[in-house]
Design a protein around this ligand. Structure first.
Ligand SMILES: [Zn+2]
Length: 340
C-alpha cells in the first residue's frame, strides 16, 4: 500500500512539479537574457558616446597649421598645437579651471574648423591668426616672453590644462559647436547675428556674468580730435559731413538686446556699431560717447566681439569655485561635453 502511495507521489512530481520548476527556470533565464540584452544595448549606447563615431579623436591626432606670417604649413600633434593656443589666448596666471575651459573651447573650435572650413586655408586645417581662427605661439617664442624663472612652471600649467581635459569637446544636439570666445563681455555676451549678420546659434545666447568689471579689459577709452574722427570716417565714407554745431550730430540710433551699439549716426551717415568699432579702434561695440570742445571721447565696456565664452568671465567664475564644465555650460547654452 505504502509503495503504491510512493509511486503516485513520484508520478505526480514527474507530471506536474518538475515541468513547472523547469518552466519557471526557463522564464527566469529568459528574463535574465532580456536584462542582459538591455544592459548590452546601454553599453553600446554609452560606448557610442565615449567614442563618438563622427569625431574620432584619432582622426585629429595631427593637424596642419598654416603660419600666416611665413605662409608655411606645419604638421603637429593636436595637443601640442593646443598648448600653443591656450598659452597664446589666455593669460597663464588665470585659474586652472579657466585654462581647462579654454583648452576644451580651443579643441572644440579646432575640430569645428577642420570639419567645416571647406578648404579656407587650402591644404591646412587652421591658421595662427587670432582674427581669422585662433592665436598660436610656439613654445620657444612663448618662453622668450615669460619671465625666465616662471617659464617652466607656466608651461607645465598650460600642458596640464590641455592634458587633463584631453579629448573633451563641446557638442549641441550631437554636433561639435562653433565655440567662439573673446576677452571680456562687459557683463553680458552678444549673439552671433549682431556681430556677423546671418543666423543665430541656439547655444550662443545673451549670458550675464558678474565680476568682469574687476579686470583691466572691462573699461577703456578712445579720445579723438573732431578732425581725426571725421577723417577716419571719411576713409570709408567719403560722403560724410559732420557739423559739430548741430544737435545730435552723433547719435546712437539702435542698441542690440545686450545693450551694444547696433546703429550709430555720424552727421549725415548711419553705420553699424561693428563698423564704428573697427574704424575708430574701439575694444567693443558696447560704448557711449561725449562730445567735448575739441574732441570726442568714447567710453567702452568689454573687449572683443562678445560672442561665446568670455575669458575674464571664465576666470571670475573659476575664482568663485566653478569647474571648467560649469564655466562652459554657463557661456554655451544647453550643450554637452563629450569625450572623443
Ligand atoms: Zn584662419
Amino acid at each position: 500500500m505504502k509503495k503504491i502511495l510512493f509511486y503516485i507521489i513520484a508520478l505526480f512530481c514527474i507530471v506536474f512539479l518538475i515541468p513547472s520548476i523547469c518552466t519557471r527556470q526557463k522564464r527566469q533565464m529568459q528574463k535574465n537574457e532580456a536584462a542582459e540584452n538591455i544592459s548590452k544595448e546601454n553599453t553600446v549606447e554609452s560606448n557610442n558616446e565615449a567614442n563618438y563615431p563622427k569625431y574620432d579623436y584619432t582622426k585629429f591626432g595631427t593637424i596642419k597649421l598654416y603660419h600666416s606670417k611665413t605662409g608655411e604649413i606645419e604638421e603637429l600633434p593636436i595637443d601640442e598645437y593646443l598648448y600653443g593656443v591656450v598659452s597664446s589666448e589666455m593669460p597663464v596666471k588665470y585659474e586652472m579651471e579657466a585654462l581647462k575651459a579654454q583648452a576644451v573651447v580651443a579643441r572644440t573650435y579646432t575640430i569645428y574648423q577642420i570639419t567645416h572650413s571647406n578648404g579656407k586655408h587650402n591644404n591646412a586645417d587652421i591658421c595662427d591668426n587670432y582674427a581669422c581662427c585662433q592665436a598660436w605661439i610656439s613654445k620657444e617664442d612663448r618662453f622668450a616672453k615669460w619671465n625666465e624663472l616662471d617659464a617652466e612652471n607656466n608651461w607645465k600649467k598650460i600642458v596640464n590644462a590641455v592634458n587633463s581635459s584631453q579629448g573633451k569637446v563641446i557638442t549641441y544636439n550631437g554636433d561639435v559647436i562653433d565655440a567662439f570666445f573673446h576677452s571680456n563681455s562687459g557683463g553680458i555676451t552678444e549673439t552671433a547675428s549682431n556681430v556677423w549678420g546671418g543666423q543665430n546659434f541656439p547655444y550662443l545666447q545673451n549670458v550675464e556674468t558678474s565680476g568682469e568689471d574687476e579686470y583691466s579689459e572691462y573699461n577703456s577709452e578712445v579720445e579723438l580730435s573732431k578732425d581725426e574722427l571725421t577723417n577716419k570716417l571719411k576713409e570709408k565714407h567719403s560722403e560724410i559731413e559732420i557739423n559739430y554745431e548741430e544737435n545730435d550730430v552723433i547719435k546712437i540710433i539702435e542698441f542690440t538686446e545686450s545693450g551694444r551699439v547696433k546703429k550709430i549716426k555720424f552727421g549725415n551717415v548711419e553705420i553699424a556699431g561693428t563698423e564704428a568699432r573697427t574704424i575708430l579702434g574701439l575694444k567693443s561695440t558696447n560704448f557711449n560717447f561725449e562730445i567735448r570742445d575739441n574732441s570726442v571721447i568714447f567710453f567702452v565696456k568689454g573687449y572683443g566681439h562678445g560672442v561665446g565664452m568670455s575669458q575674464t568671465g571664465a576666470d571670475s567664475l573659476a575664482k568663485h569655485g566653478a569647474s571648467y564644465e560649469e564655466i562652459i555650460k554657463h557661456f554655451y547654452s544647453n550643450v554637452e561635453i563629450i569625450n572623443l
